[in-house]
Design a binder for this molecule. Sequence first.
Ligand code: HEM
Length: 176
Amino acid sequence: MKGIIFTEFLGLVERQWDGDMVDDIIEACDLASGGAYTAVGTYDHREIVALVGELSERSEVPVPDLLQIYGEHLFGTLAKSYPHFVAKSGNLLDFLEGVESYIHVEVRKLYPDAELPSFETKRVEPRVLEMIYRSSRHLDDVCHGLIKGAIVHFDTEALVEREPIDDGTRFVIRCQ
Ligand code: HEM
């Protein structure tokens, strides 16, 4: 998993808690990387799961909540780092439809070793999009947070439903 995912997470922990919390969770996790991440490096995705688990224990915020908050925050960072990917779409649902067919395709060109999920999308109605998320990393909560981040970014009133399916998670995004 790319280092930006880690550096953003630790930045969020530092802002919401403090630098001591960052040092404490890194130390407690005994990570192969030692917690020294660079934006362009690649690290084991289980390290983020371990860090979030440790933060959850210390902060008493449930892991799924932390992952969602993190995903929402991450969207803002990605949108700032790659403004042209977001600018191409005029609205929320067109944008979300393009994550699989455009954005992650471009990401893969930039970082051939990126570990990306797959999405299957269906426009159920003009203002309703179904997105099926599949990934061996099972970061459903991060995905949910990213969708929420996109909703905020596009300043759209929308509801997100979610249900587990056999091999992934089905999200339904309904614009109001
Ligand atoms: C500007 C928009 C976006 C950019 C530039 C972007 C880019 C990236 C990058 C660089 C990664 C990390 C790959 C790695 O660590 O190897 C990633 C992972 C991921 N992206 Fe995106 N992404 C964007 C929008 C979205 C949106 C809107 C969603 C959800 C609908 C999404 C879902 C995910 C998920 C869930 C992962 C974690 C990996 C996994 O689940 O297997 N992304 N993306």
